[in-house]
Design a protein around this ligand. Structure first.
Ligand code: SF4
Length: 426
């Protein structure tokens, strides 16, 4: 049986972390307070982290805490007091994710027993750099997305340090966040965890005017044609999203210790869905035989809010970013979370978006051995047991799904935008 790497999932909140564990993640990474690269995510409080660690311990899973900003001197005391307060309360995550040598030194001083994972932000591009970081006590290196698979393989075999790679999620058009676009457009800094993502926007390229006289050149813009056929705006910076499902077997065979899903700004639905697919893919690899991407995995990833997928730089297209046709694709809408089961097909549902009696919904099952399926909602009742035609946002309702449906607490109910049908496969 093939040895599998850890499946590592992002968590914007502890609820998201628990959902990731339920759907098959071995580990999650989460921020505590603002000192991480998702400063505007909800993140966790120390109390929530403590609860999550207890939950993870029970399930034999791991929790890593991101401390991976590049702080100035003014921000270091805040990071130090966070580390000290966690230590005082005996809250010990399985690792801190760090990028700055100053923060590494604070972790070493105050929390020497907590493992350190070096963030992709630091940029470890060669074996000498990996050896350097190993000597600093780094137990795992998160490799840059810009490496080719051969380079990943060489780093894994030439180092005692564990290597972690991204397999799914958004890509920067710059090298792992080394970018000032957000500072120019919104005075928000990626290295302080606050990128406004201007690279994701559509742009119109126009000439400069000097005293009413046109100067400079017009550039050809090929995307986003208006109905008249006139090109208007384009995604000139935006990268496609990473999806390594087609090459997951080669990534695992390269010897990585962990495969990581990007997206600490992403919803619980997104994380649950991506984790479920990669769990299924890894488990199928463990069974041996020829690895093949199943249609149902592709369909599930296509249901998510994403840009077209790419396998990124792993094929060896070093320093070539894939921006062509990178407009976001439509996604499914989450309409409810199953709170508890009354009977097999009757469930208490926490409504996130409206749905109607008779709607055909797509179920993302929490049980990791089950893939998504469709079910018609036969009846909806309010908490008093009165029949209603429509479930409204933020209400609790009881639904009866069609005969044969087996719901479970934690299942997500979804609706495909527009047509109510699953979105196209890639
Ligand atoms: S603007 Fe885009 S490329 Fe730059 S750091 Fe933000 S997400 Fe990355």
């Amino acid at each position: 049986m093939m040895a599998l790497p850890e499946l590592l999932a992002p968590a914007a909140t502890v609820q998201c972390a628990r959902a990731a564990f339920d759907h098959g993640a071995d580990a999650v990474y989460i921020g505590v307070g603002p000192h991480n690269l998702r400063a505007r995510s909800k993140n966790a409080t120390p109390d929530e982290l403590q609860g999550l660690l207890e939950f993870a311990l029970e399930k034999k899973r791991r929790v890593y805490v991101a401390l991976n900003t590049m702080p100035g001197d003014d921000a270091l005391p805040g990071i130090e007091s966070l580390i000290v307060s966690l230590v005082k309360r005996k809250i010990a995550p399985h690792a801190f994710i760090v990028s700055d040598p100053g923060v590494i030194s604070l972790c070493r001083t105050h929390a020497a027993s907590v493992a350190l994972h070096l963030s992709t932000q630091t940029g470890t591009f060669n074996g000498a750099a990996a050896a350097f970081w190993a000597r600093q006590g780094i137990g795992r290196i998160v490799l840059p997305r810009e490496l080719a698979l051969g380079q990943v393989r060489a780093l894994c075999s030439g180092s005692q340090t564990e290597m972690e790679v991204f397999v799914h999620g958004a890509m920067c058009v710059s090298i792992s966040g080394r970018c000032l676009l957000g500072v120019y457009t919104a005075k928000r800094h990626p290295n302080q965890g606050d990128c406004p993502q201007p690279c994701r926007l559509r742009y119109r390229v126009s000439p400069l005017y000097d005293n009413e006289t046109e100067s400079g050149e017009w550039y050809t813009v090929e995307e986003d044609e208006a109905e008249s056929g006139t090109p208007v705006r384009a995604f000139v910076f935006n990268s496609k999203d990473l999806c390594c499902l087609p090459i997951l077997d080669r990534i695992v065979r390269a010897g990585v210790a962990s495969v990581k899903i990007e997206g600490r700004n992403r919803s619980m639905h997104y994380v649950s869905s991506v984790v479920k697919v990669y769990r299924a893919a890894l488990d199928s690899l463990a069974q041996g035989g020829e690895y093949a991407v199943k249609q149902e995995w592709r369909e599930e990833l296509d249901r998510l809010d994403h840009r077209p997928y790419t396998t990124g730089f792993y094929a060896g297209e070093y320093l070539l970013q894939d921006v062509e046709d990178s407009r976001p694709l439509p996604a499914v809408r989450i309409v409810g979370l199953v709170r508890e089961i009354v009977a097999g097909r009757t469930a208490v549902v926490d409504v996130r978006n409206p749905f109607n009696k008779g709607d055909r919904l797509n179920v993302l099952p929490v049980r990791k051995e089950r893939m998504p399926y469709e079910a018609t909602i036969r009846e909806i009742r309010d908490t008093q047991g009165r029949p209603v035609e429509r479930a409204l946002t933020n209400r609790i309702v009881i639904v009866d799904a069609e005969e044969g449906t087996e719901l479970a607490a934690g299942d997500l109910l979804r609706k495909c935008e527009g047509t109510g049908k699953p979105l196209r496969a890639q």
